[in-house]
Structures are given as structure tokens and as C-alpha cells.
Design a protein around this ligand. Structure first.
Ligand code: HEM
Length: 564
């Protein structure tokens, strides 16, 4: 068989066939040796030691956070260390096994960090593990299916879950017709989910007066415009119940939480336009619109780093969105979405089976294409309710019945992509491969189930590995999801053009006032200034709210993936 089937090359070395044998091309990997296994011998603390340091010793971090130059120095180091794991431009795109020009220029395909496993190997995972991968339904039952809802130990709330979904769906846009690895997005935080992915859609959503976006007033509150007023189509329009609203992302009619968060951004856009209009009475509609969009991009990035990533990391070290810390370095302002990032972000276990909105409890399915509960209860009530409901733990055996089919689809997609095994990905991202299933899971029973299914720890599928890994202290996500996700996430945020030296200055954002909106925003302020009553929102359930399960009796029916 093809000797590259043993996936021998480490540290991004490239496997090449030479006379029935393999060689690893270690050029520019910083490693050498037959398998590019030997590298810089300098002492480097393990990721676990670093994680331990960042998540303990709160008093030390309090001091560090208060010393500006030290905080910036550590932030710069975090960014440099993390983002170096993302090769750019990636030689691998879609299903390409080697670099090609055609793939490089094709932006309608996700890139990837490791090539597909070669075809025609002794086993689907190369040379290790069973000759046929475990049945997806069996995996779903044994590894993913939820019996009892397990809340997130870090008190993550469902507002976080929906914020994550809203934010990421501006750049995770798998083409529904062609399927993975094809996509229809721009690979960046471009706010296309607010403003539309085409110029035509953007113009349909704009008022063309003072830079503002169209809106409608329902029950005395500002909401997105009705589809009849904006003349844009939303996917699944025939399934929409009650009022039909027009949003930048055509898929955002699917669940009402997209609508909630889109409403917040719409209000913020129009608020910022008022400020710009006041400051620049000579500016036309176009200039106010464009500047407001850039300010909202900056606000998004600030909230993502300082509220969202901060929460996910569990760090006592304060993360900051200050792009200037990278100026003068060789950091590149460009981003490409990778299939691995898309797959690891399937955090559907965050979702409980039921949501309380207004006075009623709904299954997720009952909320599909149904914004009426939000409009009727009002934004203040709904936001408070979302922030007080516990999200689920991101781990196996916690995927609700209505979304279990999405996990099955993800395993299928990862197989179609011929993803390298979990341990190979750990090694690719500088983590020590696990030696046993027990070490991976931290428990005997699950370890033995996995051993029966995969025979060898080195044959465990990447997607499954993400969800069976034990959880570290103060951690919303498993080590591997976090350590592979962080480089992509930080590259995506800090690689945005607005943070580059030529852009990151007051004049880009309409002067000091606009620049300061970005620099001083945070999640609480963003919600408070756009919602009557200023609800106090964070990504955690407030400490005074005890976990209580939300339940109702439901009949079993079709899963959500069958409907969408
Ligand atoms: C994809 C449903 C919430 C992350 C999908 C898919 C469905 C779905 C049906 C397509 C599956 C496929 O074809 O692969 C839902 C529903 C939700 C929900 C009904 C809420 C009620 C979430 C949340 C996250 C999330 C909270 C967390 C970040 C993703 C990602 C994808 C995805 C990253 C891939 C998107 C793409 O590549 O286009 N979801 N999901 N979803 N979901 Fe969710």
C-alpha cells in the first residue's frame, strides 16, 4: 500500500512517495529527521502548564492586568504563539492532496490544515483501526445522544450559545446544495449577516437616509423590517409563522434567537448613524452607512475577544482587542476559513431541549421560523430569560433529541473530508497525542466503548475526539477544541483589515468619537444602550440563579435537520 498511509510526517511535514517508499519534506517546518520529528529543543512549558497558569492565581493576574505594558506584552505573545499554527495561505484547500493554483484561487471552498488521508489505504484512518469505521447511528447513540441534560459547569447561558451561532454563521456558510467543503461566504468577519452578502441585498435593507437600515416598529419597539418592506427573500419563507422579518443573512429566519441578536445590531447601527450624522453634517448617506458598518465591525471584534473568548478561555488574564499590539510584526491581515474550524464549532450540545420565552416553554422545533414569542414578550424580557437559562456542557452524551441528526451529519461530513485522526490533529497543533482512551476520556466506561469501536487510540476520528475528551478546570470546551479553535479564532479576529496599521486609526471610524465607540464597548453596554430597561446581560447565568431544569411533555417527531 501507499507508505504515506501511515501518516508518518509530523509538524506539517509533507509526505512524498519516492521509489515505493516515503520521504517527509520538512522544509520550513522548523523540524527535521526522517519524520520531521526533531525540532527546537528549547524549554517550552506544556499547554497544560500554561493553561493551569492562566486559570489559577487570580491575584497575580489582577496585578498583571493592571500593568498595561505587561498585559500588552503577554497579549502579543498569546497572539503570536497561537496564530503561528495557521499556515497562510494554506497549501490544502477542499479535497486537494497537494497545492494547486486552481485551489488557491478558489475562495468558494474551505481551506484545511492537514490534507485528506490518502485514498486506498488499508483502513479509513490510514493503517490503524478497523477496516470499516463505526456505524454512525451506533456512535450517535453511544457517544452523542443526551439522556439527561448536563448544564455547563462554567454557568454558560443560552444567550452565549445563540450569540456564538449568530456570530459564526457570517463565515461558516457551507453551501447547502454542493455540501462540504464548498461554501458561499467571504472567510471573514464581514458583518454580511447584518448587511447581506450581496450589494443588492444590502441596498434592499438600507433606508438610504442618513446611513440607516430599514426597520419596523412592533409593539412600540424597533425590529428589522418586514420582508414586504425590504423586498428581500429569506430561506424557508413558506415555513415562517406570523410576522416575516428581513435580515441580512437569508437563513436567519430559522430560529427567533437569530432575530433577537440581529435586532440588537440593527438598533446599534442606526444609533451609530445618528452619532455620525450629528458629527458630520456634510456626510452623505453612503459615507455614514459605510463608517457605521466599520464601527460595528470593530465593536463585534471587541466583544468577541473581551467578552466571548474571555468567557470560553476561563483565563484570569484579561484578553484585549487592541490590534496595535501586532503592528510592526509580520502578522498578515487576511483570513481563510478551514474545514477543521467549521467542524469543531458544532456546539449543539450547548442547547437545552426547551427554552422559556415570555410565559411559555417551547421545544426548539416549536420555535423554528417563529419569531412571534420574541415580538410578543419584548426584547427586555427575552434577553433576561436567555441570560438566565443554562446552556449545556459541550461534551458527548449531551446532544438533544431534536439536534442529534446534526451530530450524525457532522461525522459524515468529516468522513467525506477524509480528516486525519484526532491524535494527528493534536500533534499538528502542538499538543501531545493521547496514549490511551482512558487518558483521553478520564473515565473507564467511555474508554472501553471507544476501544471496542476504534481498536486503537490513533484511529479515533477527529470529530468524535472533540466530544469525548475530558474537561480541564474552568473550561467550557475540551482542550483540543480550544487549542485548535483558538488559532483560527484569533487569526480571524485580529486578521480583519480594520485592525491593520493603515486602517486602525480615528479617521477610518469617523474620528475619535467613532474610534472610542469601538474602544469602550463591551457586551453589557452594547445590550444596555439598545434595549429599554437596560438588562444586565453577560455570557454567564447570574450567580443568584440556581440551575433548574426547564421541561415539558412532548411527543417524539422529526428532528430539526429533517425540517431545515
Ligand atoms: C450547522 C441546526 C444552534 C453551530 C447546522 C445545521 C443545522 C443546524 C440543521 C446544518 C447541518 C449540516 O448540514 O451539517 C441548528 C439549530 C440550532 C443550532 C436548529 C438552534 C436551535 C447552533 C449553535 C451553534 C451552532 C448554538 C454554536 C456555535 C453550527 C455550525 C454549523 C451548524 C458551526 C455549520 C454551519 C455551516 O457550515 O454552514 N446547525 N443549530 N449551531 N451549526 Fe447549528
Amino acid at each position: 500500500y501507499n507508505p504515506c498511509c501511515s501518516l508518518p510526517c509530523m509538524n506539517s511535514g509533507v509526505c512524498v512517495l519516492v521509489d515505493q517508499n516515503y520521504e517527509c519534506d520538512c522544509t520550513a517546518t522548523g523540524h527535521y529527521g526522517k519524520n520531521c520529528e526533531t525540532g527546537n529543543k528549547l524549554f517550552r512549558p506544556s499547554r497544560n502548564s500554561l493553561h493551569h497558569l492562566m486559570t489559577h492565581y487570580a491575584w497575580v493576574w489582577k496585578i498583571v492586568n493592571s500593568i498595561s505594558w505587561l498585559q500588552k506584552k503577554i497579549m502579543r505573545t498569546v497572539l503570536n504563539v497561537r496564530t503561528k499554527f495557521v499556515q497562510e495561505p494554506s497549501p490544502y484547500v477542499g479535497m486537494s492532496e497537494y497545492p494547486t493554483w486552481n485551489n488557491y484561487i478558489n475562495k468558494s471552498v474551505y481551506a484545511r490544515s492537514l490534507p485528506p488521508i490518502p485514498r486506498h489505504c488499508p483502513t479509513p484512518m490510514g493503517i490503524k483501526g478497523p477496516t470499516v469505521l463505526p456505524d454512525i447511528e451506533v456512535l450517535s447513540k453511544l457517544i452523542f445522544q443526551r439522556n439527561n441534560f448536563e448544564p455547563c459547569p462554567m454557568r454558560t447561558n443560552v444567550f452565549f450559545a445563540f450569540f456564538a451561532q449568530h456570530f459564526t454563521h457570517q463565515f461558516f456558510k457551507t453551501d447547502p446544495k454542493k455540501g462540504i467543503p464548498f461554501q458561499w461566504g467571504d472567510h471573514s468577519v464581514d458583518l454580511s449577516h447584518i448587511y447581506g452578502d450581496t450589494l443588492a441585498r444590502e441596498h434592499s435593507l438600507r433606508m438610504h437616509i442618513d446611513g440607516k437600515m430599514k426597520y419596523s416598529t412592533q409593539n412600540g419597539e424597533m425590529f428589522p423590517p418586514l420582508t414586504s418592506e425590504a423586498n428581500v427573500t429569506m430561506s424557508g419563507e413558506r415555513l415562517m409563522k406570523g410576522r416575516k422579518f428581513a435580515i441580512g443573512h437569508p437563513g436567519f429566519a430559522a430560529i427567533p434567537t437569530f432575530f433577537v441578536i440581529s435586532t440588537l445590531w440593527l438598533r446599534e447601527h442606526n444609533r451609530v448613524c445618528d452619532i455620525m450624522k450629528e458629527l458630520h453634517s456634510d456626510w452623505d448617506d453612503e459615507r455614514i452607512f459605510q463608517t457605521a458598518r466599520l464601527i460595528l465591525t470593530g465593536e463585534t471584534l471587541k466583544i468577541i475577544v473581551e467578552d466571548y473568548v474571555q468567557h470560553v478561555s476561563g483565563f484570569h488574564f484579561q484578553l484585549k482587542y487592541e490590534p496595535e499590539v501586532l503592528h510592526g510584526s509580520d502578522f498578515s491581515y487576511h483570513n481563510q476559513i478551514h474545514s477543521e474550524f467549521q467542524l469543531l464549532y458544532h456546539w449543539h450540545t450547548l442547547l437545552p431541549d426547551f427554552l422559556k420565552l415570555g410565559d411559555s416553554i417551547y421545544t426548539l422545533k416549536e420555535l423554528l421560523f417563529n419569531v412571534e414569542p420574541v415580538v410578543n414578550a419584548g426584547m427586555e424580557t427575552v434577553l433576561k430569560q436567555l441570560s438566565e437559562q443554562f446552556a449545556g456542557k459541550v461534551r458527548g452524551r449531551n446532544q438533544g433529541p431534536e439536534l442529534i441528526a446534526v451530530a450524525e451529519l457532522s461525522i459524515k461530513q468529516a468522513r467525506e473530508l477524509r480528516m486525519y485522526p484526532f491524535n494527528k490533529y493534536r500533534e499538528r497543533f502542538g499538543l501531545k497525542p493521547y496514549e490511551t482512551f482512558e487518558e483521553l476520556t478520564g473515565e473507564q466506561k467511555l474508554a472501553s466503548v471507544l476501544r471496542d469501536l476504534y481498536h486503537d487510540i490513533d484511529a479515533l476520528e477527529m470529530y468524535v475526539g472533540f466530544f469525548v475528551e475530558h474537561r480541564r478546570y474552568r473550561q467550557v470546551l475540551g482542550e483540543t477544541i480550544l487549542e485548535i479553535g483558538a488559532p483560527f479564532s484569533l487569526k480571524g479576529v485580529f486578521g480583519n483589515p480594520i485592525g491593520s496599521p493603515a486602517w486602525w486609526k480615528p479617521s477610518t471610524f469617523g474620528g475619535e468619537v467613532g474610534f472610542n465607540i469601538i474602544k469602550t464597548t463591551n457586551l453589557k453596554k452594547f445590550v444596555c444602550r439598545n434595549v429599554k430597561g437596560c438588562p444586565d446581560i453577560s455570557f454567564k447565568v447570574p450567580e443568584n440563579v440556581k440551575y433548574k431544569s426547564v421541561e415539558k411533555n412532548v411527543e417524539k417527531g422529526a428532528g430539526i435537520a429533517d425540517i431545515l
